[in-house]
Design a protein around this ligand. Structure first.
Ligand code: MG
Ligand code: MG
Length: 610
């Protein structure tokens, strides 16, 4: 379908915004009035610029407080409208957003508002303009799309229809099903925004926290399905007021926004097909599709890059990893334990302290994965590969982590043979990579939450806040539905990110083992020094759980931390941090599905005094 974006979603000048929207592949834009008022270009110049960029100017917005007013105020509304409609003619625009009155309304009556919209419609029609009336969630009297439609129906004017905005409907918990009763020709425009589940006043929620589709808690897919079932075939337009996106790079945000609509169109097409299998394909809305992929089967490898990887090698060796050899042509070594593979890369790493630089996923269909990444306009990662090496496709995640994928094979992947002169894999307690925890700069986390589900079909599984000595760390988990791939994202407190503090930028690789007590003892015997956990923690543990004293003593002795819920138990310990990276070893007992979030503050504090 045709796609559009409100200029208010982006940072920069109006000229920058138009260029970025066009480059990202949008068909049109909504012109946010303050952007035009502040622009040095004349309306005619903006019109010509949009033309050159092949952008349509879809909606002029907003025109406020036009109905529900007394006679004297309505005379002023008409005066203002004439000026705006004349301006729209200069821009070559024919659709204006009028939102429900929040400030000047004194008459709470549908017939009164309808009569004023009808009169406004007469004026608009003289200028070739149509009015899309939107119920704001905080409108003084009209704050529900169903009432806005009632008023538009009463106005009964060809130049007056409704604008549906997902935020105003879903933030109030209004059931969107009644959208299907609005005749298609009366839905003049559709604005889309997601949002996190917050409990705060709707105005602040809307002005600061809107998100692109797929990043929040709203069922945007279901919402759009209702609108399309009503017969709407106009643009899918993004209207996202967000403090972060208004200060981040214009071109990048535009590309991110466009990706959200690519994801949404595909998800809506699938929802419509599921809800009505065998429906008439000719009447179906022209939604663009993505190549289908299944979530990764697991982690193929984790790569850590550093100028000197030997401190990491020492940790891996102590943990029971086997050195599997050096790459035939590059300063890269492979370490493995069970099916966990860690690649240590010293290539192009001058001055780099150890950091988690790449993740490999084992996927069912690498060709489909590549096609989908391309359809989503995902930035590709380029690495030099040599003749006779297994080519690995890759993209760059919003935080710069490179993501590779390879076909899933039983046993070891094909690329392992490129590593030579290693030792035979020895038995170990370690089975598999359990999770990779990434610290995200605050300005990319929303983009990341869309990125992994859109590209790799991971799902977003909730959010928690973890106190650290340097600020609150917001933690969000992306995972495959079967839990084979788990990526907790930690949002660094802004001050930590700005100062580049080591205790804010940690990433960790968690390895799942069969018997954590055995592993902890073996690792200690090989010289591993776990992160020291304070004695207070174990006193608290004894108070919280009815664990035998001997078990508490064992946990304390091995610096193991413990969690339990109704489904099972979680035991884990951590290594010291090297550069930005540390390792965690975990044992999941029963069906425990979490990450020991309750232990994270203790760990963060212990790392602070390391
Ligand atoms: Mg709106
Ligand atoms: Mg962890």
């Amino acid at each position: 379908m045709k796609t559009s974006i409100a200029t208010v979603c982006l940072s920069g000048s109006l000229r920058d915004k138009l260029a970025a929207a066009s480059a990202a592949g949008f068909d049109g834009v909504e012109v946010f009035e303050p952007d035009l008022v502040a622009a040095p270009e004349s309306p005619e110049e903006i019109r010509a610029l949009a033309d050159r960029l092949s952008l349509t100017l879809d909606l002029y917005q907003p025109m406020r407080d036009v109905e529900g007013v007394d006679e004297a105020e309505f005379a002023r509304v008409l005066h203002r409208a004439e000026a705006k409609f004349a301006l729209m003619q200069r821009l070559g625009m024919d659709l204006v957003l009028c939102c429900s009155n929040v400030a000047t309304a004194t008459v709470d009556d549908d017939g009164h508002s309808a009569a004023q919209l009808r009169a406004l419609g007469d004026v608009a029609a003289r200028y070739g303009v149509r009015i899309a009336f939107e119920a704001l969630a905080w409108g003084r009297y009209i704050d529900d799309y169903r009432r806005a439609w009632r008023v538009v129906k009463l106005a009964d004017h060809p130049a007056v229809g409704v604008c549906l905005d997902s935020f105003h409907v879903l933030s109030r918990g209004h059931d969107p099903v009644e959208i299907e009763r609005i005749p298609a020709e009366k839905i003049f425009f559709l604005q889309l925004a997601d949002a996190p589940a917050l409990s705060m006043d709707v105005l602040s929620w809307s002005r600061h926290h809107r998100l692109f589709p797929g990043e929040g808690a709203f069922d945007l897919v279901g919402f759009v399905a209702h609108v399309l079932r009503a017969g709407y075939r106009g643009p899918l337009s993004l209207e996202v007021f967000n403090d972060t996106f208004r200060q981040t790079d214009t071109a990048r945000t535009a590309a991110h926004a466009r990706r959200s609509l690519r994801w949404l169109e595909d998800a809506v097409a699938r929802r419509l097909a599921e809800d009505a299998p065998g429906a008439d394909a000719v009447a179906a809305p022209p939604l663009s599709r993505l190549t289908a992929v299944t979530p990764p089967r697991g982690f193929d490898f984790v790569e850590i890059t550093a100028e000197d990887t030997s401190p990491i090698e020492a940790l891996l060796q102590q943990a029971g990893f086997t050195a599997r050899g050096r790459h035939r042509t590059k300063p890269v070594t492979l370490w493995s334990a069970g099916t966990a593979r860690i690649v240590l890369n010293e290539q192009h790493a001058r001055g780099t302290a150890p950091r988690l630089s790449a993740i490999g996923f084992a996927v069912d269909d690498p060709a489909a994965q590549s096609a989908r990444a391309q359809e989503l306009d995902t930035p590709a990662a380029y690495r030099r590969t040599y003749a006779e090496e297994v080519p690995l496709p890759a993209v760059v995640a919003p935080d710069g982590t490179e993501l590779y994928w390879a076909g899933y094979t039983e046993g070891e992947p094909d690329w392992v043979v490129e590593f030579e002169h290693g030792d035979p894999l020895r038995p170990t307690e370690i089975g598999v990579v359990d999770h990779l925890s990434l610290t995200e700069p605050w300005q990319v986390v929303d983009e990341t939450v869309l990125f992994y589900p859109a590209v790799f079909a991971l799902v977003s599984a909730g959010s928690t806040d973890v106190p650290s000595p340097r600020g609150l760390v917001q933690s969000r988990v992306l995972c495959s539905p079967d839990g084979a791939v788990r990526i907790p994202l930690n949002v660094a407190p802004p001050i930590v990110a700005e100062q580049g503090r080591a205790d804010g930028a940690h990433q960790h690789v968690a390895l799942r083992c069969h018997d954590i007590v055995a592993l902890a003892r073996q690792a200690r015997d090989r010289g591993l020094r776990p992160l020291r956990i304070p004695a207070n923690y174990y006193d608290d543990l004894a108070a919280r759980f009815d664990l035998p004293a001997a078990q508490i003593a064992e946990l304390r002795d091995l610096d193991l931390v413990y969690d339990r819920d109704a489904t099972g138990e979680y035991l884990h310990f951590y290594t010291a941090t090297v550069g930005q990276v540390f390792f965690e070893f975990v044992e999941r007992r029963g069906a425990y599905d979490g990450y020991g979030a309750g232990n994270a503050p203790v760990r963060l504090a212990a790392q602070g005094v390391e």
